[in-house]
Write a protein that binds this ligand. Structure first.
Ligand SMILES: [Zn+2]
Length: 229
């Protein structure tokens, strides 16, 4: 007991850890980080977000510029990287050791990640061979360069062959979408060809082996691929 308290001491609450992780991803993607967007991503009422952000600013996890744009402090950034690492390592642990399905590990890890101590994290990293990406292809903090060359499916032309590399964190929060992708083998490592792009309809078609799958642009923009020469 004393041991586990010691190794998670000084950490923000689970709610604040969730906020920090989302802010980190938005900053990484060079998106505007404002309260309204956080409310949308977290599916939380705007007044609740405002209260939490005030608390986070008081405790120096974030700063707000012109009372609007949110930025992580060094301390906030460190805490965000820590919870994201714990989340991704938990996903791998669930997938590899407990054989939890690819579409379910994210939601399960959301519950467990906050309770993982620093010591446990180090053990997980070693035992899982220091992964650079989560099972969905998103980079662990510090490994962003691994994913830097991949482009969204919406940037691929008809006739081009690709390897599916990554399902963006935003899409990981949508269970139905993950189940659909898993069922259709649209998972990291899969080979696909873009056969049709219907811009007027905001859809594209993918051929994966014998299977043909239609995706809307709002989904396709969260699927990152590597072009095959
Ligand atoms: Zn993941």
């Amino acid at each position: 007991m004393a041991q586990s308290i010691k190794t998670t001491e000084g950490r923000p609450t689970p709610t604040i850890e969730d906020y920090l992780a989302i802010i980190y991803v938005m900053e990484r993607d060079e998106e505007e980080v404002i309260a309204a967007r956080l409310a949308e991503s977290l599916e939380v009422a705007p007044p609740t977000v405002t209260v939490t952000l005030k608390r986070m600013e008081r405790d120096s996890w974030i700063t707000t510029e012109q009372g609007k744009n949110i930025r992580l402090t060094d301390k906030g950034c460190e805490a965000a990287r820590s919870v994201i690492r714990r989340h991704m390592l938990t996903e791998w642990m669930l997938a590899r050791m407990l054989k939890v399905s690819w579409s379910r590990v994210h939601a399960e890890a959301d519950q467990i990640e906050h309770a993982i101590s620093d010591e446990m994290e180090i053990q997980m990293r070693t035992n899982l061979n220091d992964p650079q990406l989560c099972p969905h292809g998103n980079p662990l903090p510090g490994y962003e360069h691994v994913a830097a060359g991949w482009l969204p499916l919406t940037g691929v032309l008809p006739g081009e062959k690709v390897i599916i590399r990554r399902i963006h964190e935003t899409a990981e929060d949508n269970n139905e979408l993950l189940e659909f992708l898993e069922k259709n083998d649209i998972v990291p490592g899969a080979l696909a060809e873009v056969t049709e792009v219907l811009t007027f309809n905001q859809t594209l078609s993918l051929q994966l082996g014998e299977q043909k799958v239609a995706l809307g642009f709002p989904t396709a923009k969260y699927i990152f691929v590597e072009k095959v020469a």
